[in-house]
Design a protein around this ligand. Structure first.
Ligand SMILES: Nc1nc2c(ncn2[C@@H]2O[C@H](COP(=O)(O)OP(=O)(O)OP(=O)(O)O)[C@@H](O)[C@H]2O)c(=O)[nH]1
Ligand SMILES: [Mg+2]
Length: 229
């Protein structure tokens, strides 16, 4: 039976048709849907990520991923899922400049409705259609240069920028793993400083509500301790 030591919530957001659901399906099922349907409201996926360094090396994080609809008409619903997320993958398509330009609006939304210390990873998807990298098919023009995306991510203080292909799988694991480990490290640092300030133990009993994206340690669905992520 699958066990985990920590739980973390992440959200996927960005313009319609940039490939959010395809990234999730690639991560959770390792397959690609050529004709993926637009998401209605929100969908959910889950995956275990192992921590590879630091004090918690070898421990497992159960990642809960909420995949939101890019269509404007669902905005009120999808915003309600931002709460409690420790990480967000802000996705655009490398073949659509407008989907990149719209990331500013998505980020403003996240800042208005998400947790204060939410970590955001910028993701440029559909790398395979550019004729670059492993599994690339070519045929479409790159409309967003890597440098521009990296610079914007830096200016906005985001956790970083990665390029992916849900079709070939390139960069997908890296994107989710990177964000998960960064959120975990930040949560642990925050926990340590709270403990130092003498407020650690009491705030841990509220199942992750005190720190974004984290919750009590669990084993096979039942709480086994009071440790936070
Ligand atoms: N070539 C290529 N096509 C992709 C990739 N990711 C997604 N697509 C295609 O792009 C279309 C939209 O993908 P979705 O994953 O449904 O997009 P979405 O962002 O979830 O869209 P909404 O749910 O409407 O917000 C589908 O036809 C996918 O097959 C990719 O990495 N490469
Ligand atoms: Mg979708």
């Amino acid at each position: 039976m699958a066990t985990w030591d920590f739980i973390q919530k992440q959200i996927l957001l960005g313009d319609a048709a940039c490939g959010k659901s395809s990234l999730l399906v690639r991560l959770t099922d390792n397959r690609f849907l050529q004709h993926s349907e637009p998401t209605i409201g929100v969908e959910f996926g889950s995956r275990i990520v192992e921590i590879n360094e630091g004090d918690d090396a070898g421990k497992r994080i159960k990642l809960q991923i909420w995949d939101t609809a890019g269509q404007e008409s669902f905005r009120a619903i999808t915003r309600s899922y931002y709460r409690g997320a420790g990480g967000a993958l802000l996705v655009f398509s490398l073949t659509s400049y407008s989907s990149f330009a719209n990331c500013a609006g998505w980020l403003a939304d996240l800042r208005a409705w998400g947790e204060d210390d939410l970590l955001v990873l910028l993701v440029g998807n559909k790398g395979d259609v550019l004729g670059e990298g492993e599994g690339a098919e070519g045929g479409e023009r790159r409309e967003v240069e890597r440098e521009e995306a990296e610079e914007w991510a830096r200016e906005e203080g985001l956790a970083g920028y990665v390029e992916t292909s849900a079709k070939s799988g390139q960069g997908v694991e890296e994107a989710f793993n990177t964000l998960t480990r960064l959120v975990h490290a930040r949560a642990q640092a925050s926990l340590a400083s709270r403990k130092k300030a003498g407020r650690g133990s009491s705030s841990l009993s509220s199942a992750g509500s005190s720190l974004p994206g984290i919750s009590l340690a669990k084993e096979a669905g039942s709480a086994v301790g009071g440790r936070c992520c």
